[in-house]
Design a protein around this ligand. Sequence first.
Ligand code: IPD
Ligand code: CA
Ligand code: CA
Length: 266
Amino acid sequence: MHPMLNIAVKAARRAGAIINRASQDIGTLTVKSKNFNDFVSEVDVAAERAIIDTLKEVYPTHGFLGEESGSTTHTSDFIWIIDPLDGTTNFLHNFPQYCVSIALQHKGEITQAVIYEPNRNDLYTATKGRGAFLNDKRIRVSKCDKLQDALIGTGFPFRDFKYLDDYLNMFKSMIQKTTGIRRAGSAALDLAYVASGALDGFWEIGLSPWDIAAGGLLIQEAGGIVTNLSGQSGWLTSGNILVSSPKIHDDMQALIASHLPLTLKT
Ligand code: IPD
Ligand code: CA
Ligand code: CA
């Protein structure tokens, strides 16, 4: 395993241990609301602290972009992009679908990725150019070649309803053209599931870099396609993402394109 990935795995497992311990007694946790429908618990903060401390010990000059602590000032070419607990709402409801997501960006390119699902002790990893793995076993996206056979993941708008009607139009077309849609509540884990072939595709509007940086590399390294909703690059900055196994990407994109407002084309 690449040495930088190795440290990221150590950090993700530490965060996972904090999350697992806290899941035994959710009722006692302090929870704050950051915005409408946007919660942060002491677990999110403690898990992020553990990840950054672990990485900083080995890479003291690197930059960090964490969901809870924001962006650090630095002059490094390396930036760690961290979501310490993706699926906080699920976690707080004891709905067992959440994960830790860590990616390393080097000169603008994602080069290392870890997604750790503490409930199942499942570890997804990828290094650019070296393939994607689940618990050390090579993974590939599904072989699905028809939209009508595809199981698709998504995320519903729940904080910002600006694009709700556009989204619902996409959703309406998608449920009529596919086998089914799942909204499990952790975008990073949904992306890991596309990488391992459990889902054939996924789309969501308005995500943040820490939701998608690691999952995007996992999918690319597993042979899948990662684009924005127009089928172009730029998904990491816009947060509007469409991923799938190669043979259904054009059809998914065409379906989404027919409901795409100008402001969502990036
Ligand atoms: C959220 C989850 C959710 C997605 C949201 C994300 P959080 O992350 O990934 O599935 O729909 O857009 O913000 O807040 O639980 O880390
Ligand atoms: Ca998240
Ligand atoms: Ca989070």
